[in-house]
Design a protein around this ligand. Sequence first.
Ligand code: J2J
Length: 537
Amino acid sequence: MLPGYQAWPEEFAEFYRQEGCWEGITFGEMLRQRADVYGNRTAIISGGEQLTYAELDTRVNRLAAGLYAKGIRKYDRVIVQLPNMPAFVEVIFALFRLGALPVFALPLHRKSEIEYFARFSEAVAYLIPDQDGGFDYRKLAAEVQAEVPSLRHIIVAGEAGAFTKLEDLYIDPVQLKDDQPVSSDVAFLQLSGGSTGLSKMIPRTHDDYIYSLRRSVEVCGLSPESVYLAVLPAAHNYPLSSPGILGTLYAGGTVVLSRGSSPDEAFPLMKEHQVTITALVPPLALIWLNAAAARGTKLTSLKVLQVGGAKFSAEVAGRVRPVLGCTLQQVFGMAEGLVNYTRLDDPEHIIINTQGKPMSPYDEVKIVDDEDIEVELGQSGHLLTRGPYTIRGYYKAEEHNARSFTTDGFYRTGDIASLTPEGYLIVEGRAKDQINRGGDKVAAEEVENHLLAHPGVHDAALVSMPDEYLGERSCAFIVPSGETLAAAEIKSYLRSRGLASYKIPDRVEFVQSFPKTGVGKVSKKALREMLTMKQPI
Ligand code: J2J
């Protein structure tokens, strides 16, 4: 077993197997089975490229052989930072076949994040595009490799320069001699949104993740006729698995990969490929609704529009059916496991006003107070969960796990929620110290640590501020150690430290001291209140 992985207790594992949740197949086997059944059907469409299931399976086998020839073996960690392109799908399935573990980085991650992922996971390889969105990933990779000696291979989709060219790794398949992965093995490491200094890694097994795909496919009504448009970054758990790219492949459907998410890019793709389902975060849904309303566009093929990752306001939710003519599905999920969906045939008031109910009958959810005592139905409290696809611990994080999980294995989601009598969840707020910037999660402590490294900063606190468009934005409060600093200087300092752009504070405020709570801690509540006061601070 992978060291640092916390498995389910045997009696739970036995139960989930017995109940048929865990099918006992790996991702490698899943793709082979789909290629057997759906061989000539289209699996992936991207730009001018199309791949059938049979072609995808063959390319994955060839790539697995090439990666093997490079020395990549079972349990090796490989950072995958690829945009929405066919190589993303081929690379992860090739790694799954070898039993090597993709570590899913987002395209916006920069040196600070990637260096940490590489160091913490002791990654042996790093997969990147040559450039994307005007950013040269090869430069970033060279910087990271100089700092992290374990990183033996930089593999580039595109112009590789001095690095290994991904296309050269598609070679004749060989019979792999090593240990083959089994379904109970960890398949990959997903990243947590995080509330601590550095984001935690989430070990997901073939068994548990494939179960989450199966349930997602059932709940979302996917079939071989479904066409899923991926506009959110493929590596994120939501477009990857709810039901996302992998769920669509599980169902034998077609995945259309889009680099951009704007209506100008997405609407023509929807029309051309007769897309039936896609997934958005709330700010994007608002942009799409406004564009469709202004242009009088009807997305006629679209049956389901999923919105999740952050709270979708009921007011905007109510516009989806009238404007787009499709069913809204609210999705409240987390990379740690639990995914809630409104059902396609739910009454409109449930679809608009709730964040759905757990997708599996084996999901256990509890709403508790600060003492872990269950509250009365309808009251809000901390959401705890346990189930066949919710992890029992983060990767190599024993100390943190003791705080993030109860002794009987419930994951503390950090979300404040309430349950309706019908068993639907309403997200009311958050107990974790995180800013949800329109679906992009920012751990306050991580940004604060970077701010504290600045010699002119005596103390720092990052808080959320309400925002009409993103839901929330971030504001950094700073107590300077000497002379007053400029907000622009603080922001450029954070950028120079290689922080992803969405973590750069939207606003910076300088104060003499922080308001404190009764026990002398910085009161973020008071700081947030200062932001909503009429007068400038
Ligand atoms: C309010 N908050 C939400 C929602 C997530 C499907 C969908 C989303 C994610 C995801 C995912 C929310 N309303 N509808 O992994 O498979 C906030 C909560 C939650 C955190 C998880 C999936 N949907 N959230 O967003 O790991 O605070 O996963 O705990 O990025 O996002 O973030 P993440």
